[in-house]
Design a protein around this ligand. Structure first.
Ligand code: HEC
Length: 308
């Protein structure tokens, strides 16, 4: 946002409070009076009530942001130690992201918006928490914002430079979380090594002259070992990130299952070398499934959808 637009917003605010919400669906003074005639009539008694009404209806977005920050952000913003709350809503300090989440806000319809319903029924803030419940006026403010279209005037959006450090601070909140973030990097070892072991074992049978048996053994051993830190870091990371609970559970148990299966498979293959191809085929399938569900977590369910 430029200094100019801030200046314009400030000037507008000092002239008429309603101008603070130029993006509100109901703020239609400009639309209603586009012609010079109407502009000239702006001081007349006929137009004055229109300005009054919109001033009363325009939600005070700055007050709303302060409210959510004070009463919700302790559990619903990055850095909060509330995995369950974060899974549902992690943007109490980001009105733009909150408004864009269809699970929380249905613009124009507070009674379909979980953000409003949760406070209206006094489910939120949780009654057992230390956070004071919302007054009727505060609930009405949330409802008014949603009813007016859940828009966020430019003046209320954080400037680029402001938002970044806050996020960066939350990102490196602890050394444990930092280590857990290596999960996406470490997982490539079991993926690559177990698939390579399977291919080497296949070749060992199909093309004995290529002498890939040692490669198969080597990749199998290293790949099976690498599943342990990969699953461990993943488990840890899951405690500290907000994801769709179902998709996360699936990925988590495939990952843990893969780690257990590869160690067991390694033990079986050591005793029964003939079972190695079948075991490696199973592990390659499992590691692909775990990898894919991990991709779904990061990039969304349609990340491998065909481009047509
Ligand atoms: C003390 C912590 C805490 C505070 C403060 C808090 N919440 Fe929550 N909130 C939670 C937890 C925990 C959950 C997850 C509940 C669950 O999944 O069972 C949650 C869930 C939600 C949900 C999702 C409900 C659902 O079932 O999908 C909404 C919406 C919500 N909170 C809104 C708010 C709003 C709005 C505020 C501030 C006015 C707020 N919360 C303050 C802890 C908190």
């Amino acid at each position: 946002m430029s200094a100019l637009s801030i200046a314009v917003a400030l000037v507008a605010a000092s002239v008429a409070p309603a101008s603070l919400a130029p993006t509100s669906a109901e703020y239609t003074v400009a639309d209603a009076a586009p012609s010079a005639d109407h502009a000239a009539a702006a001081t007349s008694a006929a137009v004055a009530p229109l300005v009054q009404d919109t001033a009363a209806d325009a939600p005070d977005v700055a007050a709303l942001a302060a409210l959510l920050d004070a009463r919700c952000a302790s559990c619903h913003a990055p850095g909060a130690d509330e995995p369950k709350a974060l899974k549902k809503w992690a943007a109490a300090r980001d009105l733009v992201a909150t408004a864009a989440d269809p699970e929380l806000v249905v613009p124009g319809d507070p009674d379909e918006s979980e953000l409003f319903l949760s406070v209206d029924f006094d489910d939120m803030p949780p009654p057992e928490s230390d956070v004071e419940p919302l007054s009727d006026d505060e609930k009405a403010l949330i409802a008014a914002w949603i009813r007016a279209g859940a828009t966020v005037p430019e003046a209320q959006r954080p400037a680029e430079g402001e938002a970044a450090p806050a996020k960066a601070g939350a990102r490196t909140s602890s050394i444990g979380v930092w280590i857990a973030r290596w999960h996406p990097l470490v997982v490539h070892f079991p993926i690559g090594l177990l698939v390579a072991a399977f291919v080497a074992e296949l070749l060992r049978r199909a093309r004995p002259a290529w002498r890939t048996e040692h490669a198969a053994t080597f990749c199998f051993a290293l790949g099976a070992l690498a599943t342990v830190p990969a699953a461990g870091l993943g488990w840890w990371l899951a405690e500290h990130t907000a994801h769709d609970a179902e998709a996360l559970d699936l990925h988590r148990w495939l990952g843990v299952g893969l780690a257990v299966a590869s160690i067991v498979a390694w033990g079986i293959a050591a005793k029964k070398p003939n079972s190695r191809l079948a075991l490696l085929a199973l592990l390659a399938a499992l590691v692909s499934a775990a990898g894919h569900t991990g991709g779904v977590l990061t990039y969304g369910a349609d990340w491998l959808a065909l481009p047509f």
